[in-house]
Design a protein around this ligand. Structure first.
Ligand code: SIN
Length: 187
């Protein structure tokens, strides 16, 4: 599948004009909300784990030297915590552009801290996208992140800001925190 998902996403889950939609963020969408939103609430989704398995050619790396960013991998019993935003459907033009390097929109149930639920959209880069890098030891992922940089800045900033954001949610993500620890050793 092509790495540029803008057209595919436009055709997925047609959005109703004027009807706000929940968006779940688990990566940069937690710490970089560069779009207008009507509401923001901590939330989680079940059956998914966050992994630094997606290559980034357009934000935190280049086509010649991709960085690594997070995607979600299906895992029975897992729970991924993040931030949900209530957004107007027009915001997806910006979001589809921002997440164009392999991410597709999926509809999934969101669980809020007060026990309530809602359906929401989440961007996931599946293993069949051209920029997918897949699993690697956390130490190697940290080394790749340490040397990568792209138009949105150093890859290390993405990792460090994400790790801080996860801590602010009161969560513990061993995969992300191990990579952070190795990165700090390299610096
Ligand atoms: C997300 O944050 O929800 C998607 C992945 C990213 O943009 O880092």
């Amino acid at each position: 599948m092509t790495a540029n998902t803008i057209e595919i996403n436009r055709r997925r889950y047609p959005l109703e004009a004027g009807k706000p939609v929940w968006l779940f963020g688990y990566g940069s969408l937690i710490f970089k909300a560069d779009f207008p939103f009507l509401d923001r609430r901590e939330a989680s989704i079940e059956g998914w784990s966050r992994r630094f398995w997606q290559g980034s050619c357009d934000h935190r790396g280049t086509p010649e030297a991709p960085g690594r960013v997070v995607t979600l991998i299906e895992q029975a019993g897992a729970c991924c915590r993040g931030m949900a935003y209530r957004v107007s459907p027009d915001v997806f033009a910006h979001l589809d552009f921002r997440e164009k390097n392999g991410y597709l929109r999926f509809m999934t149930p969101l669980h809020f801290g007060d026990g309530s639920r809602a359906e929401g959209l989440v961007y996931i880069a599946a293993s069949d996208n051209a920029a997918f890098l897949g699993a690697a030891p956390e130490r190697e992922i940290a080394a790749q992140i340490a040397r990568s940089c792209g138009p949105s800045g150093p890859n290390r900033e993405y990792l460090l800001r994400l790790a801080d954001a996860i801590r602010s949610l009161g969560d513990h993500d061993p995969h992300v925190f191990d990579i952070e620890r190795f990165l700090l050793e390299y610096l």
